[in-house]
Design a protein around this ligand. Structure first.
Ligand code: B12
Length: 212
């Protein structure tokens, strides 16, 4: 059961205006951004995914739900970012080549920024070459990759291989995530870590950097 039914239903029904309004009301009543995301927004997107699988929803409904989620995130993102103290760690993040799903990646990016990390967001459909170029130019300590499609997961391995070929693999920690990704897959492709959600991504970055 969602904590905030207005927001849950607005996303489920793909109503961006209502999602924005419900978020405003919830924030004014003292709700925390991460609570709204975890308790209402992610469950709504999961239900959208279930309805799509059941062939009750189709691509237009996915698009509208994605837009509604984004309109709520517009209000939450600045609050999540403002909470962090600046740290010197730089992180490059992107959704891998062929994959346009960026909602989860954006949440992870905002959480990392909110935890004080400098985040360079390359966007969605990022080629291995563009990840490599960003590592060369911006010299991050961490690279985060997101994939939501089983067919785009192999692009994570291709990107790691491209970092190896460019002689850059040893200077960065590579974290991967996204609904179909697992910790076993992370081990198989030589990533340094996996987390199933955004708060786990923050803990993972912190623990990897302490261990380094
Ligand atoms: C919204 C949506 C879309 C929107 C995306 C809008 C956008 N801007 O992102 C649109 C309409 C564009 C879309 C298109 C398609 N989609 Co779609 N989509 C979804 C849906 C319903 C929700 C995804 C989402 O935003 N979830 C909410 C976020 C918060 O969760 P998340 O992304 O998993 O992120 C969290 C964690 O995974 C983690 N995380 C994410 N990234 C990272 C990275 C790191 C480093 C770490 C540590 C953690 C981490 O933290 C996040 C926050 O907690 C899912 C169903 C689902 N339940 O996942 C289908 C789904 C992913 N889509 C699917 C499909 C099939 C498609 C299409 C092929 C449909 C079509 N026939 O055209 C296209 C592909 C387009 C492309 N090339 O990418 C399938 C994939 C099946 C598969 N096994 O591959 C799914 C699973 C639906 C289904 N059940 O069948 N989709």
């Amino acid at each position: 059961m969602a904590e905030n039914n207005e927001l849950y239903n607005a996303i489920l029904n793909g109503d961006a205006k209502k999602a924005h309004a419900a978020t405003e009301v919830a924030l004014a009543a003292g709700a925390q951004p991460m609570e709204l995301i975890a308790d209402s927004m992610v469950p709504a997107m999961n239900e959208v995914g279930r309805l799509f699988e059941a062939e009750e929803y189709f691509v237009p409904e996915l698009l509208l739900a994605g837009r509604a989620m984004k309109s709520a995130m517009e209000l939450l993102r600045p609050l999540m970012i403002a909470s962090g103290q600046k740290l010197s760690t730089r992180i490059v993040i992107g959704t891998v080549k062929g994959d346009l799903h960026d909602i989860g990646k954006n949440i992870v990016a905002s959480m990392l920024e909110g935890s004080g990390f400098e985040v360079i967001d390359l966007g969605a459909d990022v080629s291995p070459e563009n990840f490599v170029a960003a590592v060369e130019e911006r010299k991050p300590q961490v690279v985060c990759m997101s994939a939501l499609l089983t067919v785009t997961m192999p692009a994570m391995k291709t990107t790691i291989d491209a970092l190896v070929s460019a002689g850059l693999r040893k200077q960065v920690k590579v974290l991967i995530g996204g609904a179909p990704v697992t910790s076993q897959y992370a081990r198989e492709i030589g990533a340094d870590g996996y987390s199933e959600n955004a708060s786990g991504a923050v803990s993972l970055v912190k623990s990897l950097l302490t261990a380094a």
